[in-house]
Write a protein that binds this ligand. Sequence first.
Ligand SMILES: O=C(O)C(=O)Cc1ccccc1
Length: 306
Amino acid sequence: MYRIAYFGPEGTFTEQAARSLAGSDTHAELVPYETIAQAMAAVRDGGTSAACVPVENSVEGPVTATLDELAEDEPLVATAEALLPIHFTVLAGRGVRREDIGTVASHPHALAQVRHWLDVNLPSARHVATSSTAAAALAVQQGEYDAAVAAPVAAERYGLPGIATEVADVEDARTRFLLLTRPGTLPEPTGCDRTSVVAAAANRTGALSELLTELAFRGINLTRLDARPIKGGFGEYRFFIDFEGHVAEPRIGDALAALRRRCAVRFLGSHPRADGVRASIQPSAGNEDFVSAADWVESVRRGDTA
Ligand SMILES: O=C(O)C(=O)Cc1ccccc1
């Protein structure tokens, strides 16, 4: 049985992402965990084979709990990703009239994505942050809060009436989720891949730009850059860098080696992009260019050519 931990409880968007990533694997068992850290710990301690967690959304940006957990403890790598369109259902407690709603609960990223709707439709309700959208639905079911902003599936899962559906301030909001495993066999390159690293750039002028220049210099397109403070090191940051390409490619391997020469780098995975965007390769920066250039250097070293 292939067990996949996911950021729960049941009824979260992450559960939906885990189901889509598990696909037709009927042997996959999905196991909910209350926090992102617990879901990732389940993989690290061998309780599950993988974990599905949210990593960024198009409105609020990075899910910082995921980034911070990826940088700490035993390494985990992303082997797949899912990209879900996100719209919410506003659930009310049984018997709670709309005009009596005094509290509305949800994950902070959810509250942020419906802030305008809440201001217009539930202007006097107090917003309460919960660990996840489904945790908010559970709390409403238990009578702790009057309403929750949740995933559409939570209405049926928690038996709560929806007072509004298809709620989203930004029409095409999307959230990206990762399937994380312990380091092992990499997915095959597809030409439409993403590689992720976290780098502890030196705390000096130009350190980050030098890392980014190593990528730009090789014609490698960034897809994400986030800075996260290093706990305890005030003013010191880790940089989460995603870019097009797969570590198996000579051009990407060359770039990763260059980053690694400059600072401590943790590889966070190479995997197919859910959006299917093909890597844009600059002239003279293709894999065959790196291979033929390396071949030429070897022939010079053998004295075969100059
Ligand atoms: O809380 C959930 O349902 C999650 O899976 C995290 C989340 C929260 C808000 C938008 C997308 C994902």
